[in-house]
Design a protein around this ligand. Structure first.
Ligand code: V0V
Ligand code: CO
Length: 140
């Protein structure tokens, strides 16, 4: 079901500062930047490698408001790893198969994600405390 780790999402207070840190320290390149109103984030993707069905990235996330998912996470836990996203060939199919196993979906249908992807989240409490995202990358 999982083809690769698509990205690790990192919650940060100041995305510009973290972009500078990650790109300078690890020699990573920012390949996309987006504001996603629906998810309440300003985000940047830093490319690591290319894999089956898409690339793998670090995703830096700054909240658009305090009551957004990342805003609440920062207030409660501070900066750090917010979610892990796995690449899947078909997000709707993966959602259905995973839900059949009793894992709660946080999305009823796929949402718009970074770089034209389709995404869906799984409840962290059902995945060993890890907020999990499924990503179907955009077709090239
Ligand atoms: C909350 N919890 C987490 C967590 N956030 N555990 C692990 N990792 C996280 N990131 C825990 C929290 O400590 C609570 O546990 C419990 O889950 C309920 O959390 P809460 O603080 O009451 O907050 P809620 O319920 O209001 O929201 C939590 C969820 C929410 C996960 C349901 O953040 C959500 O729907 N997230 C999905 C959307 C999202 O995160 N979007 C931003 C990324 P205790 O204290 O009760 O034990 S957007 C993105 O990645 C994009 C666009 C992309 O990749 O393209
Ligand atoms: Co993400």
């Amino acid at each position: 079901m999982f083809m690769r780790i698509d990205h690790i999402g990192i919650a940060c207070k100041d995305i510009e500062e973290k972009i500078a840190f990650f790109s300078e320290t690890f020699e990573l390149t920012v390949v996309a930047r987006e504001v996603n109103e629906e998810q309440g984030v300003k985000e940047a993707m830093l490319h690591i490698a290319d894999g089956e069905g898409g690339g793998s990235y670090i995703q830096l996330l700054e909240p658009l408001s305090e009551d957004s998912p990342v805003g609440k996470f920062l207030a409660k836990r501070g900066e750090g790893v917010h979610h892990v996203a796995f690449g899947v060939p078909d997000v709707a199919q993966a959602m259905a198969k995973i839900n059949e196993k009793g894992v709660r979906l946080l999305d009823e249908r796929p949402r718009h994600g970074s770089m034209g992807s389709e995404i869906a989240f799984l409840h962290p409490k059902d995945v060993g405390g890890m907020l999990t995202e499924l990503v179907q990358a955009a077709r090239p």
